[in-house]
Design a protein. Structure first.
Length: 160
């Protein structure tokens, strides 16, 4: 009975620690609700540089917290969203934006998946055409159309 109580206490301690680690994002002193909405919208458009697949608004990484605070401070200084994004891009490159601009440096990012898809489709089409044409020489030992070679006896099923 004591062992169970000890195990339960240890599990509760671990659960409490896990919940504390995933705590909520710290509140910031916004002037009004409109500024808070603007902040949330802006941080949803920015990528966490540590997590890379999470936006700045949802990340709990320490760098994300610092960047959120920096965005907040820039907003307090009267900077527009475009100016804030420009500042972050100058500091961290276009990678900080979830929707990077279409420019020569990002063509692979924008068109790479489409190019891979089209190349895969071309390979499949070529393979199907070759298969349907029956390309490749047939030897005497090669079964034609899935049948048996000409010099093999037919299997009648009487081998039992």
């Amino acid at each position: 009975m004591r062992l169970r109580a000890l195990l339960f206490a240890v599990m509760l301690a671990f659960a409490g620690h896990a919940l504390a680690a995933t705590g909520a994002i710290e509140p910031l002193p916004f002037k009004d609700h409109a500024q808070e909405v603007r902040f949330q919208k802006l941080t949803k458009q920015l990528r966490c540089l540590v997590c890379q697949n999470e936006d700045l608004a949802d990340s709990n990484a320490s760098l994300a917290r610092d960047l959120r605070l920096e965005v907040f401070q820039l907003m307090q200084q009267g900077k527009t969203d475009a100016q804030i994004k420009q500042y972050l891009v100058a500091r961290y490159s276009d990678f900080v934006l979830y929707d990077p601009p279409l420019q020569p440096g990002t063509w692979l990012l924008w068109f790479g998946p489409l190019a891979i898809l089209l190349a895969g489709a071309a390979v499949v089409v070529v393979a199907i055409r070759r298969h349907n044409r029956g390309d490749g020489p047939l030897d005497d030992d090669t079964p034609a159309y899935g049948g048996q070679a000409a010099n093999e006896p037919a299997n009648t099923g009487d081998d039992w």
